[in-house]
Design a protein around this ligand. Structure first.
Ligand SMILES: NC(=O)c1ccc[n+]([C@@H]2O[C@H](COP(=O)([O-])OP(=O)(O)OC[C@H]3O[C@@H](n4cnc5c(N)ncnc54)[C@H](O)[C@@H]3O)[C@@H](O)[C@H]2O)c1
Length: 455
């Protein structure tokens, strides 16, 4: 099996930089495997959710785990033991931030999942790709614009497969809408909206108690636990669309971004920051030391993108104010639209004029073949089942040595929205050019995401 993996990776490296290659061998060389050895870097809250999906698969061996926080590593090991799976090699118990490099060198891995804080994603992905270990990286791909260019460059030079584990692309309604878009029900796409509208205040602050990662305090940084340890500091020092891929991923698939279409211009506007300070005072009182923190992240960051084919896309990042969760999707074309906030569709000529249809009726008709096939297996998986599909896609692509369905160009283009939006805001909300990360290949690349029920 290892021989097989090395063969395809070295052949991939030779092809790197060619117009077609961005994640796996072309079909002529493809082979299949029954089982893959997976390692995981970062076994925190997200890592443990993904692990749940991995341990229930017979085609995955969890070969190695790495985390620098012993409690998180212990919880992951417990999960594996409970599932009756063999104990993997472990790294990071010595709190060495670079223990993962030993895992990559020694693990004989067919793939690695990276579920660490954002600031580690680019370096860990680069190290893994250089060690010829295919990467499944949690969102985001990197922090700075340079990170994004470096990850892209390494993927193209090494040819090591890379997938961004963007799960919302696999949401059941999102995939049904993909079917509707592809069948032309909305006509020609004109405008789309989405974003990350999720009250994260109780994620950004807690008491630091490992038994209670959500809420119950006003601590962040070293005194916080889980995401409060690292995510909150991004709200202190950065102002931009900090988490674009849950919104832009599905919309980019609808618009065939990097595959016949591309983003051309971007701007972002940021509101004032009031929500996090209010929350700290509410949780810890006005004399709590964190009540003196100045948060740079605007509570509502609104980003607009233009596309080469003439569509506009609006994204909203809204994580610091009280609100029910909604990704705020809207997909609108010359014949109709879908909105997820009211779970409704209107299609001219089919819906009553000026009236909404309940999306549930359309959902049944346009349910994606992947959901029809695997819906039962996905039941109970994280985030309403979509976590099953994102892991399934990564594992199947590895086994079949097939192109990653959310590949390096998708990852970099979606994730680079963050540093570009930060630039726009820093320039007084200016509209700036969106780089063509594909180097012109977007013109000839064909859409590959979820065209059948394989992965
Ligand atoms: N796709 C989704 O729906 C979704 C949901 C939640 C989180 N996420 C993403 O998953 C990632 C992890 O988030 P989380 O909620 O698990 O955070 P977390 O803080 O609970 O877990 C991160 C883990 O990484 C470990 N870590 C930090 N530095 C390390 C290093 N150098 N080597 C090894 N381990 C290291 C930490 O000890 C921690 O256990 C983030 O990128 C987040 O945005 C995605």
């Amino acid at each position: 099996m290892q021989l097989n993996r090395r063969r395809f990776l070295s052949a991939g490296a030779a092809l790197a930089g060619s117009a077609v290659y961005a994640g796996a061998l072309p079909g002529a060389f493809a082979a299949t495997r029954d089982k893959v050895r997976i390692g995981m870097i970062g076994t925190g809250m997200r890592g443990q959710t993904l692990l749940r999906e991995l341990v229930r698969r017979d085609d995955v061996e969890i070969a190695a785990l790495c985390d620098v926080e012993p409690i998180m590593l212990g919880r992951a090991l417990e999960q594996i033991e409970k599932a009756g799976k063999p104990r993997p090699a472990t790294y990071g118990q010595d709190r060495d931030d670079f223990a993962y490099r030993r895992m990559l060198d020694e693990g004989k891995l067919d793939g690695v999942i990276i579920a660490t804080p954002w600031e580690w994603h680019a370096l860990m992905s680069i190290d893994a790709m250089q060690a010829r270990v295919p990467v499944g990286c949690e969102v985001v791909a990197g922090v700075s614009l340079q990170d994004h260019f470096d990850v892209l460059d390494t993927q193209l030079k090494t040819g090591t497969p890379y997938m961004l584990l963007e799960n919302v692309c696999y949401r059941r309604d999102v995939m049904a809408v993909l079917q509707m878009v592809r069948k032309g029900l909305f006509g020609e796409l004109v405008h789309m909206q989405g974003g990350y509208q999720h009250d994260l205040r109780a994620v950004k602050f807690n008491s630091g108690d490992p038994a209670r990662p959500i809420g119950g305090g006003a601590e962040y940084g070293k005194k916080g636990w889980s995401e409060a340890r690292w995510r909150t500091s991004h709200s202190v020092r950065r102002n931009g669309e900090l988490y674009p891929s849950h919104g832009i991923g599905p919309l980019a698939m609808y618009a065939n971004i990097n595959r016949g279409n591309r983003f051309t211009r971007i701007n972002s506007f940021a509101s004032k920051a009031a929500g996090l300070h209010d929350y700290v005072v509410q949780q810890g009182g006005k004399d709590h030391p964190n009540a003196r923190t100045q948060f740079r992240l605007g509570d509502i960051v609104t980003t607009t993108l233009s596309c080469d084919n003439g569509e506009t896309i609006l994204l909203q990042h809204d994580t610091s104010l009280p609100r029910p969760y909604s990704l705020g999707f809207r997909v609108q074309g010359s014949k109709g639209l879908w909105m997820d906030i009211n779970r409704s569709v209107h299609v001219e000529g089919i819906s009553k004029p000026h009236a909404w249809d309940d999306f549930a009726l359309w959902q049944q008709q346009y349910d994606h073949p992947l959901w029809r096939k695997h819906g039962e297996r996905a039941a109970g998986a994280g985030h309403g089942g979509m976590d099953f599909f994102v892991i399934h896609a990564f594992v199947e692509a590895l086994k079949q040595e097939a192109p990653m369905p959310i590949d390096i160009y998708d990852a970099i283009t979606w994730s680079a929205i963050t540093p570009l939006s930060e630039q726009s805001i820093a320039l007084g909300f200016q509209t700036i050019d969106f780089p063509d990360f594909t180097g012109g290949r977007w013109r000839s690349r064909k859409p590959i995401f979820a065209f059948d029920d394989r992965y």
